[in-house]
Design a protein around this ligand. Structure first.
Ligand code: FES
Ligand code: FE2
Length: 369
């Protein structure tokens, strides 16, 4: 099958009770992964760092979006800017650290210097070069914006504003006061599965929680679990119940409700009282993804460190449980026995929203190319 034929095998108009998942080839065919790179990851707002990393002039973070090396830096005028991290001379990466502070962006290859505003400032041994305008050779800019604790970039010069992209998510999550939380630590997982397998697992409305996450399950009122779809986000939420079944989970997952937000295509954040973890799902190739977890707490003092570490360990245990099942799913998606699956009408509305948004972007991308 060619790519349009593969895309045509999914019906994004079916009502939930009649809907199927996106078909197996979408998870295992490298042509679909490439189409996603061009039409999803090159056109949506993508998290690249945290506001606390970019508070002062000269602070920078580097990263990759859709395979493109990028750098975000705060200028001496306090303006946050993003650029392709590609030297205009011979294409070396200009900034080589993941994060830090600089007064100039200095290319390590032949020593070209760029200002924090991306302008080319100096090129050693370039006298006598004709038809070369320094002002035309600054770093190539990329859209950047912030929301709550997060810094986003978008490779599409025509992209809508970040707040319009986030849509209803902005108001729905506002009562949680996310920007008051403080960053604590990062954990990354490399998983042998397509990035969508991880997102699907997240969006199954708690369906897998009683089976796979016994500890987490003990603090959620599973029957009351709610699933709300709006715009490009899904909120899954559950009342919390006190439990002494699993002491570590009980003491670190507190409050009235658990809040699990997913924003299309690949970003989630999970909140309990005084706690948030964010999950960025980065496709590596069609069969592999990296999931980056940033943990935040209301109190990150030294005194709170043992508690926060215990809380992160609870998160890690849940991730390990998810990781094994995601890898099993990826193997199953390659089996001749599997084509596509049905969705639980009670639980899996978020997964359908994900598949519909993705299908619309991929189909539009094919039409325009
Ligand atoms: S590639 Fe950057 S100075 Fe030559
Ligand atoms: Fe899970």
């Amino acid at each position: 099958m060619n790519v349009p034929e593969i895309l045509a095998t999914y019906d994004d108009q079916a009502p939930l009770a009649e809907a199927y998942t996106i078909p197996a080839p979408w998870y295992v065919d490298a042509r679909i992964a490439e189409l996603e790179r061009l039409t999803v990851f090159s056109k949506t707002w993508q998290v690249i760092g945290r506001v606390d990393q970019l508070e002062k002039p000269g602070q920078f973070v580097t990263g990759n979006v859709a395979g493109e090396p990028l750098v975000v830096v705060r200028g001496n005028d306090d303006v946050l800017r993003a650029f392709y991290n590609v030297c205009r001379h011979h294409a070396a990466a200009v900034v080589t650290e993941p994060s830090g502070t600089a007064s100039l962006l200095h290319c390590p290859y032949h020593g070209w210097n760029y200002g924090l505003d991306g302008a080319l400032k100096g090129m050693p041994e370039f006298d006598g070069v004709k038809c070369f305008e320094r002002s035309d050779n600054g770093l190539v800019p990329v859209k950047v914006d912030t929301w709550e604790t997060l810094v986003f970039v978008n490779l599409d010069p025509q992209a809508v504003f970040l707040h319009d992209f986030l849509g209803g998510l902005v108001n729905r999550s506002a009562p949680l006061g996310l920007s008051k939380l403080n960053y604590f630590t990062t954990q990354s997982y490399d998983i042998h599965c397509n990035w969508k397998v991880f997102v699907d697992n997240y969006l199954d409305g708690g369906y897998h929680v009683p089976h796979l996450h016994k500890g987490l399950s003990s603090v959620l009122d599973y029957k009351q679990y709610t699933i709300e779809n709006e715009d490009r986000y899904c909120l899954q939420s559950s009342p919390m119940v006190a439990s002494d079944e699993d002491a570590a989970t009980g003491s670190t997952r507190k409050g009235d409700r658990a809040w699990y937000f997913w924003q299309y295509p690949n970003f989630m954040f999970n909140c309990y009282e005084g706690y948030m973890d964010t999950n960025l799902v980065i496709p590596m190739d069609v069969d592999h993804c990296r999931v980056v977890f940033d943990f935040y707490f209301s109190d990150v003092s030294e005194a709170a460190r043992p508690y926060n570490e215990q809380s992160v360990a609870v998160g890690n245990r849940v991730q390990d449980e998810d990781l094994g099942i995601c890898e099993a799913v990826q193997r199953g998606l390659k089996s001749r026995a599997y084509g596509a699956g049905r969705l639980s009408a009670r639980r899996e509305a978020g997964e359908q929203l994900f598949h519909q948004l993705l299908a619309r972007d991929l189909k539009a991308g094919v039409r325009s190319s």
